[in-house]
Design a protein around this ligand. Sequence first.
Ligand SMILES: [Zn+2]
Length: 324
Amino acid sequence: MRKNYYIFNPDTRTYERVYPNLAQRFLTALRRALLFIIFGAGSFLVFHIFVDKPSVEQLENENSQILAQYEILSKRLDNAMLVLQDIQQRDDNLYRVMLDAEPISADVRNAGYGGTNRYDELLKMDNSELLVETTQKIDLLEKQLYMQIKSFDEIVALDKDSKTRLRHTPAIQPIANRDLKRTASGYGYRIDPVYNVRTFHKGMDFSCDKKTPIYATADGVVESAKWMSGYGYTVIIDHGYGYKTLYAHLLDKKFLVKKGQKVVRGEQIALSGNSGKSTGPHLHYEVIVKGNHVNPINYYFMDLDADGYDQMLQMAENHGKIYD
Ligand SMILES: [Zn+2]
């Protein structure tokens, strides 16, 4: 507000208003302008030095850069997820199949975190969609990686177990190839050589000389080594994992093992003979899985290649001489 100036006039004894001249007015205005400029500059300096706030433009720039980085991270997460999916598929379709293990169900692999308020904090922010999406991807990746590590732990354990299991699975012929004679009779229905009726032959006959070494076909424990009706002198080995093998018509009382003895694959257990219901020297060999007789032809995989297998199949067809 403009000030008014008065001066006392002793002649009239009154106060008379004084009007400033142009120069005085100019000086006043100048003074005010200077004060204003100094104050303004000072405030600006104080702000600039002590507060130093970035401009809106700067912030917008940074924001868009951060967003761009987020987009890139999000895409990289997608790629990481693809790599993980590839590993998961190998896990289910290769490792687990090889080790005879169930694949991990999609439910377990993709199980969510549950609860809908997990991302509430993020939803309050600008660009919340991108933030939530990226965070969800990281969460999912973390969870699935954890599941994958657990799966591999399990596979390592299974693999160790499968090596033991393999040692206890019948996998070779009970007679060396060089000792095999021309014929062997296979598993299945055939005419009984003694009673001349169609019966089921539960094992495989290996034609060989008397006193041919007979070998355990897998690691195990001798369940029995004794005379058995029809089978003659017979060794039964329990291999565990549900497997048993039986070796019959052995040489009279010439067992090389006794009940309860541990044996390993390839260890000699007896000599071939002609004891029991038999029409000539041979070994009758059975493979029993969980109480059921199976075709021994499927259990020579460690010493037969494809050709040997074909040969063995031909020999084991019903054409071969049957000894029972
Ligand atoms: Zn037989």
